[in-house]
Design a binder for this molecule. Sequence first.
Ligand SMILES: [Mg+2]
Length: 305
Amino acid sequence: MTKEFPVPSEELLERLARVDGIMFDIDGCLVLSNGPSGQDGGRVLAGAAEAIQLARRTGRKICVFTNGTAQKTADIAAHLRGMGLDVGDEEVLTPAVVAAEVMQDLYGDAPLMVFGGEGVLDEFRRRDSNLVDIDALIAGAGPAAPIAAVVIGWDRDFGGAKLQVAAEAVAAGARIYCTSAAPMFASNERLNVGVSGFISAGLSYVTGEPYEVLGKPSAFSMDFISATLGVDAAHVLVIGDDLVLEASMARAAGAVAGLVLTGTCTAEDLAGAPPANRPDFAVESMIELVELVSTADARFRADLA
Ligand SMILES: [Mg+2]
């Protein structure tokens, strides 16, 4: 354990024993890779495979949630399995999954303007969302009906022409949504920049309209995690390497917030974190998480059955 949390309290151990669903962050938590969502090679972090195995063995539901929307969920799952992590296709969540579901809930069949690559568009197409033809708009065609929302994902080809039609849609009343506003995320060799937050901030700047985040740490995402796991937030453990993306999201919902120090956050960052971003516990590695949950289970979980 870190110096900040030398001995786990009885209260923490009991909360962990009562956890029935675990959300694992990917980058900086389960793996360190050279690109987003555990892609581009990289390596599994020590204890990550064992942590998933422990969840399975103890009957806990799991999901893995990356804020990256560059890849399709099935591709992320396959890559993680190829690295030795036991993760099913349906257990992978991204903000694109949340976005497609939330847009359907909020706007039904109304037209949506969605920016991103296959990792974003695939989730909308699978749900038969009403996507406007952005190329046609750029070419000068007007939208057939008012556009309800502009959704910004991992779009590496975003440029002036797309900015123009996106801003026009917002000026005509469309709301702006961003898959992830994270400025950076961890990988093996460098910090990678967050494309969707960059575009959303720029679109917000030129239109004067705010944007809402759909990925971590939004309540949209936390609610979606709870629903996917079928577990009340109070019995969900959220484990990740980011004080804002994971710890603050979990804290706000009353979930158990765990921080692992193998990614973007250092012990110094943790020590200086504001109360809303402080996790319930921190571990140096996923090996320590396995030890902590095992201790909690031995102490309390048998009594809960
Ligand atoms: Mg991370």
